[in-house]
Design a protein around this ligand. Sequence first.
Ligand SMILES: [Zn+2]
Length: 127
Amino acid sequence: MTSALERTHCQATTKAGLPCKALAVSASPYCNMHGPNAKAIQTLGGKHKSSAYRLEDKMSPRLKDVVELLGTAAKEVHSGKITPSQGSSLASIATALIKAVESASLEMRVSLLEVRTKRGDTDEFGP
Ligand SMILES: [Zn+2]
Protein backbone atom coordinates (compact mmCIF):
# COMPACT_ATOMS: atom_id res chain seq x y z
CA MET A 1 0.00 0.00 0.00
CA THR A 2 1.36 3.39 -0.96
CA SER A 3 0.83 6.14 1.57
CA ALA A 4 0.86 9.85 0.75
CA LEU A 5 3.57 10.19 3.39
CA GLU A 6 5.85 7.58 1.82
CA ARG A 7 9.13 9.16 0.80
CA THR A 8 11.34 8.18 -2.09
CA HIS A 9 15.10 8.33 -2.35
CA CYS A 10 16.97 11.13 -4.08
CA GLN A 11 17.41 10.61 -7.84
CA ALA A 12 20.87 12.22 -7.98
CA THR A 13 24.27 10.53 -8.23
CA THR A 14 26.94 11.20 -5.58
CA LYS A 15 30.47 12.42 -6.34
CA ALA A 16 31.55 8.79 -5.96
CA GLY A 17 29.22 7.90 -8.83
CA LEU A 18 26.78 5.98 -6.62
CA PRO A 19 23.06 6.70 -6.37
CA CYS A 20 22.34 9.14 -3.55
CA LYS A 21 20.72 7.28 -0.62
CA ALA A 22 19.26 10.32 1.10
CA LEU A 23 15.49 10.74 1.18
CA ALA A 24 14.01 13.13 -1.34
CA VAL A 25 12.47 16.32 -0.02
CA SER A 26 8.68 16.28 -0.35
CA ALA A 27 7.42 17.27 -3.82
CA SER A 28 10.94 16.92 -5.25
CA PRO A 29 12.88 13.99 -6.74
CA TYR A 30 16.03 15.21 -4.92
CA CYS A 31 17.35 15.51 -1.36
CA ASN A 32 18.33 18.89 0.16
CA MET A 33 21.95 18.53 -0.98
CA HIS A 34 21.02 17.79 -4.62
CA GLY A 35 17.85 19.85 -5.00
CA PRO A 36 17.40 23.34 -6.48
CA ASN A 37 18.11 24.93 -3.07
CA ALA A 38 21.37 23.05 -2.50
CA LYS A 39 23.58 26.09 -3.14
CA ALA A 40 21.56 28.28 -0.74
CA ILE A 41 21.60 25.56 1.94
CA GLN A 42 25.37 25.15 1.60
CA THR A 43 25.89 28.93 1.80
CA LEU A 44 23.74 29.06 4.93
CA GLY A 45 25.80 26.20 6.37
CA GLY A 46 28.95 28.23 5.75
CA LYS A 47 27.51 31.28 7.50
CA HIS A 48 26.65 29.21 10.55
CA LYS A 49 30.07 27.59 10.71
CA SER A 50 31.74 30.41 12.66
CA SER A 51 29.03 30.44 15.36
CA ALA A 52 29.17 26.63 15.41
CA TYR A 53 32.87 26.84 16.15
CA ARG A 54 32.25 29.33 18.97
CA LEU A 55 29.59 27.02 20.41
CA GLU A 56 31.98 24.09 20.15
CA ASP A 57 34.37 25.83 22.56
CA LYS A 58 31.68 25.80 25.26
CA MET A 59 30.69 22.15 24.80
CA SER A 60 31.91 19.37 27.06
CA PRO A 61 34.31 16.93 25.36
CA ARG A 62 31.65 14.22 25.58
CA LEU A 63 29.08 16.36 23.74
CA LYS A 64 31.71 17.31 21.15
CA ASP A 65 32.24 13.61 20.45
CA VAL A 66 28.49 13.06 20.00
CA VAL A 67 28.13 16.09 17.70
CA GLU A 68 31.12 14.93 15.66
CA LEU A 69 29.67 11.41 15.42
CA LEU A 70 26.33 12.80 14.19
CA GLY A 71 28.06 14.98 11.61
CA THR A 72 30.04 12.02 10.31
CA ALA A 73 26.91 9.83 10.27
CA ALA A 74 24.99 12.47 8.27
CA LYS A 75 27.78 12.62 5.67
CA GLU A 76 27.98 8.83 5.51
CA VAL A 77 24.22 8.47 5.01
CA HIS A 78 24.39 11.07 2.26
CA SER A 79 27.32 9.38 0.52
CA GLY A 80 25.76 5.94 0.89
CA LYS A 81 28.51 4.57 3.15
CA ILE A 82 25.87 3.69 5.77
CA THR A 83 22.13 3.18 5.30
CA PRO A 84 19.58 5.80 6.42
CA SER A 85 18.38 3.20 8.94
CA GLN A 86 21.89 2.88 10.41
CA GLY A 87 22.05 6.68 10.53
CA SER A 88 18.73 6.77 12.40
CA SER A 89 20.02 4.22 14.92
CA LEU A 90 23.11 6.33 15.55
CA ALA A 91 20.93 9.44 15.94
CA SER A 92 18.73 7.63 18.51
CA ILE A 93 21.76 6.55 20.52
CA ALA A 94 23.25 10.04 20.31
CA THR A 95 19.97 11.59 21.47
CA ALA A 96 19.90 9.25 24.48
CA LEU A 97 23.51 10.16 25.28
CA ILE A 98 22.81 13.88 25.03
CA LYS A 99 19.78 13.53 27.32
CA ALA A 100 21.88 11.60 29.87
CA VAL A 101 24.60 14.27 29.79
CA GLU A 102 21.98 17.05 30.10
CA SER A 103 20.30 15.29 33.05
CA ALA A 104 23.61 14.80 34.83
CA SER A 105 24.54 18.43 34.22
CA LEU A 106 21.16 19.72 35.46
CA GLU A 107 21.31 17.49 38.53
CA MET A 108 24.75 18.85 39.34
CA ARG A 109 23.61 22.46 38.91
CA VAL A 110 20.52 21.94 41.08
CA SER A 111 22.64 20.30 43.80
CA LEU A 112 25.03 23.24 43.66
CA LEU A 113 22.12 25.70 43.97
CA GLU A 114 20.69 23.74 46.91
CA VAL A 115 24.02 23.83 48.74
CA ARG A 116 24.36 27.56 48.09
CA THR A 117 20.78 28.27 49.19
CA LYS A 118 21.28 26.34 52.45
CA ARG A 119 24.42 28.37 53.13
CA GLY A 120 22.61 31.61 52.29
CA ASP A 121 25.22 32.23 49.62
CA THR A 122 23.25 34.31 47.11
CA ASP A 123 26.05 36.55 45.80
CA GLU A 124 25.98 35.17 42.27
CA PHE A 125 22.21 35.46 41.94
CA GLY A 126 21.91 39.12 42.92
CA PRO A 127 21.10 41.92 40.45
ZN1 LIG B 1 20.81 13.48 -2.91
